[in-house]
Design a protein around this ligand. Structure first.
Ligand code: ADP
Ligand code: G6P
Length: 481
């Protein structure tokens, strides 16, 4: 039976060694959480990195690693510390990630890291080629593996290859600064179908292909010598029912809420204060520092909200070996400390800050307990947290404040859309959210929920796979001509 092979840098489970045994935890991030449901419902395999390097894995645990991966229908790619340094902490997260999110000042162009990126993409290709069988479809994910489609296509021109980019594709003027721009584009063009979250990212990509590689490009097709590559946008959805059902269960057991417990313990004795939620990986693209400053500005501009609101901020540790992430951690710690010091009273702490990963149940607890979600990325490919927040609002109350720079904003116009650099606008949106009548909240969320339920992650994956299977016909026609 033919299968779909999913490939991404990270597997949906991350392995750690604890007391000489292998422990697995779920991966955080939109790609892993979204694709998990697609993988669960398929008979395919998922190829990727377990989170453990070769050096970290003692000889006697190698089989256990393979078994833990196999039990989850996964195949591990074995990487060394040197690989991770150059490929993951290097080219992927010091070059591509900042460049594609328009943080040019953070972007490093280092030849050695690029070379490791090439080598590691080849390692992935080897594992993929070992696992492909006749009739299989290959679906490659994200910026860490942009050379992989070409590497696979060279060896297996018969196999259909899809690629999806989970982050923005920047405008040509930004992309052209990359010294390896041709190699990256050629790598991607090994695919039969390339998907983006939004039409803008698609447009930027097509413009780069036409201006850098000089290929003939139409609205959503690139004509190569022997094939056509289709390009389209597929805004990724969430596993709606999983979030809505978990929220409904959580509502039925309200007294279990961790936040409620904190309030009952009188850690803060302003239990009626409305809660503003923010959840992200601790990443500079998420606009976390700006958000805290905008919150400070809100408390200054509208002092009547002091003791009436609380910012509940969850930041998940991420890429902590990259200096920019370490600096951001320091900046956020200082900002939280400064603002709590400036505004707190005996009975009120304006910001509750959690720097850790949390189990799914606690995430649902946060989503369902907070009356407002404030998500202010400077740039974000999609932002699934915005969609998850809306999906968990079982009684349809709650206000989402969302940055226009997130891909999700294009489908969520009923949210309060803000420019993350405009503190005035954020402060006013917070006030509007605090004062919004319930009837209006319900009206907005009704539309949002209907759309999210319909365009869920399953529909997203189905649309992508159908388009991928359609691409064969187009290429057959080109060959016939
Ligand atoms: P990104 O992919 O850039 O991290 P997204 O908002 O698209 O941003 O996706 C983040 C994903 O990570 C969401 O699906 C969210 O549920 C999940 N997530 C965020 N915080 C946590 C956490 N503390 N524990 C577990 N999962 C989390
Ligand atoms: C984003 C990226 C993913 C990545 C995730 C978590 O969602 O698009 O490719 O896996 O962030 O980042 P990490 O570096 O921990 O894998």
């Amino acid at each position: 039976m033919s299968k779909t092979i999913i490939i991404s840098n990270r597997l949906p489970l991350q392995l750690q060694i604890d007391n000489n045994t292998i422990k697995a935890t779920p991966s955080v991030g939109g790609l892993a959480t979204g694709m998990k449901s697609v993988h669960r419902d398929s008979n395919g395999v998922w190829i990727g990195w377990t989170g453990l390097t070769e050096e970290e894995t003692p000889e006697e645990l190698v089989d256990d690693v393979a078994k833990a991966a196999q039990d989850a229908q996964c195949v591990p790619v074995s990487l060394t510390e040197e690989d991770i340094d150059g490929f993951y902490y290097g080219f992927s997260n010091r070059t591509i990630w900042p460049l594609f999110h328009y943080f040019m000042e953070y972007t490093e162009f280092e030849k050695e890291s690029y070379q490791t990126y090439v080598e590691v993409n080849k390692k992935y290709a080897e594992v993929v080629l070992e696992n492909i069988e006749e009739g299989d479809t290959v679906w490659v994910h994200d910026y860490q593996l942009m050379l992989l489609p070409e590497l696979i296509k060279k060896e297996r021109p018969d196999v259909q290859i899809g690629f999806f980019l989970h982050i923005p594709f920047p405008s040509y003027e930004v992309f052209r600064t990359l010294p390896w721009r041709e190699e990256i584009l050629k790598g991607l063009l090994g695919s039969d179908l390339i998907g983006f979250h939004t039409y803008d990212y698609q447009r930027h990509f097509l413009s780069s292909v036409s201006r850098i590689l000089r290929h003939e490009v139409s609205f959503n097709e690139i004509t190569l010598k022997d094939r056509i590559v289709t390009v389209n946008s597929y805004p990724m959805g969430i596993d709606y029912d999983k979030f809505a059902d978990a929220a409904a269960k959580h509502d039925a057991a309200k007294n279990q809420s961790e936040l409620q417990r904190r309030l009952d313990l009188h850690i803060d004795s302003t239990p009626d204060a409305k809660m503003i939620l923010s959840i992200d990986r601790l990443d500079y693209s998420k606009g976390i520092a700006n958000r805290i400053r905008a919150y400070e500005y809100f408390l200054e501009k509208y002092p009547e909200f002091k003791e009436k609101v609380r910012l509940v901020m969850l930041a998940v540790p991420s890429r902590s070996n990259v200096p920019q992430y370490q600096l951001l951690k320091k900046e956020v710690d200082e900002l939280v400390g400064r603002i709590n010091g400036k505004f707190a009273s005996v009975s009120w702490t304006p910001i509750w800050y959690f720097y850790r990963s949390m189990p799914f149940e606690n995430l649902i607890d946060l989503y369902t307990t907070c009356e407002v979600a404030l998500l202010t990325p400077i740039r974000d490919g999609m932002n699934l947290v915005a969609k998850e927040y809306v999906a968990t609002r079982t009684d349809k109350t709650g206000v989402l404040i969302l940055s226009e720079m997130a891909g999700a904003a294009q489908e969520m116009s009923e949210a309060l859309i803000i420019n993350p650099n405009n503190f005035e606008e954020i402060a006013d949106a917070l006030k509007q959210a605090m004062e919004m009548p319930e009837a209006e909240q319900i009206k907005r969320n009704k539309f949002l929920q209907k759309r999210l339920k319909r365009y869920n992650v399953e529909k997203w994956a189905d649309d992508f796979m159908h388009s991928l299977h359609d691409t064969t016909h187009k290429s057959d026609i080109v060959k016939a001509i």
